[in-house]
Write a protein that binds this ligand. Structure first.
Ligand SMILES: O=C(O)CCC(=O)C(=O)O
Ligand SMILES: [Fe+2]
Length: 348
């Protein structure tokens, strides 16, 4: 196979923010869990890195190489680390501080006001401590209208700033992916009505404030939408299943954003750009980790089906069409507690 060398693909060794190489074969799990195959992941498969700024470089040759490469990355991997994305270190710091303050262990009673009340909730809090899931989370709708708890001080402002920056990335990746597919740059923007794209953000704390029950933070799943952007304060526990069936540890470079393509890009492209299964394992309560997973969706009223450009005699549609809102509800989920319905939408 020809080797692709490009300005947007930078290989790197996995490392923690302090720069040390880590081995996350979860030896403590190995000691304590006889069923090791279910949680062990590898570090030696490189996750590609994409430089956002090169996608919009004034140097046309560099730009078109970068576009071509992001197309390969989407097809061959379906996930990547995004760097030079324009979100400053200061924004990252305020986000993690705000979330850490929100999850103050002594104020759990206060957060219960955000427990599920009805399907149209725009803010929802939950605490899961069971063999199948161990995390505390706060979910908010971030776009087209922004919602967030007003306390603690500074939290809502920090998140609003971060989500504003993410919209620039949604717009930019929409354009870059469209061009990589060989279409006009507003192809995805139009297909998903991205101006009113529906963004739901899950802020997660692992393990929850009392001890976790077992090693599953979040069980295997894919996420609905165009793509998910994810940031974390420490490398520990997020794993993604590759095309080839390997579980890979997501060990991000500092201040990178992990991008994972969503179910609705898979539906639109009739399976060409795939959404990938991922999960979180918790290492026996040893590491406290905060993550922010933002699901960038089409607008709720967008009707998403395999586009004619991806369907022909030998590529019959493999998914049924429906609105984004309908697809979020297929599995009994609602607009804020979104669940993948890819398996139900798939045509047998
Ligand atoms: O916390 C993480 O790393 C991932 C969370 C996740 O996959 C989700 O909220 O959909
Ligand atoms: Fe997820």
């Amino acid at each position: 196979m020809a080797e692709r060398i490009s300005p947007v693909l930078i290989n790197h060794r996995p490392f923690e923010p302090n720069g040390t190489i880590i081995n996350s074969h979860h030896s403590s799990f190995l000691d304590q869990n006889p069923n090791v195959d279910t949680i062990v992941a590898v570090d030696d498969i490189e996750i590609p890195t994409v430089d956002f700024s090169v996608l919009f470089s004034d140097d046309l040759e560099k730009r078109s190489k970068a576009i071509e490469n992001i197309g390969h990355v989407c097809e061959d991997f379906g996930f990547f680390y995004l760097v030079n994305h324009g979100v400053s270190e200061k924004v990252f710091e305020s986000v993690f501080k705000g979330i850490s303050d929100f999850f103050n262990p002594t104020e759990i009673e206060d957060r219960k006001q955000y427990e599920k009340k009805n399907p149209t909730d725009r803010i929802r809090w939950g605490l899961r401590s069971s063999p199948g899931e161990n995390r505390e989370y706060l979910k908010v709708i971030a776009h087209p209208e922004y919602h967030c708890p007003t306390k603690p001080a500074g939290f809502s402002e920090a998140m609003e700033e971060y989500f504003k920056r993410l919209r620039i990335i949604v717009d930019g990746l929409g354009k870059a992916f469209s061009k990589a597919m060989g279409f006009e740059e507003c192809y995805i923007e139009k297909a998903f009505k991205l101006d009113s794209g529906f963004d739901m953000s899950a802020m997660n704390l692992y393990p929850p404030n009392f001890r976790s029950k077992g090693s599953i933070g979040v069980p295997n799943h894919t996420d609905p939408g165009f793509f998910v952007s994810l940031i974390q304060d420490v490398n520990s526990g997020l794993q993604i299943l590759s095309h080839k069936g390997d579980w890979i540890n997501v060990n991000m470079p500092p201040n990178a954003i992990f991008i994972n393509l969503g179910d609705h890009l898979e539906i639109l492209t009739n399976g060409k750009y795939k959404s990938h299964v991922h999960r979180v394992v918790v290492d026996n309560n040893k590491v406290k980790r905060i993550s922010v997973a933002t699901l960038h969706g089409p607008s709720l009223d967008s009707f998403v089906s395999p586009a004619p450009e991806f369907v022909d005699e030998s590529h019959q549609p493999i998914y049924r069409g429906m609105t984004y809102k309908q697809s979020l509800e297929v599995n009994g989920g609602d607009e804020i507690d979104v669940q993948s319905s890819l398996e139900q939408i798939r045509i047998e």
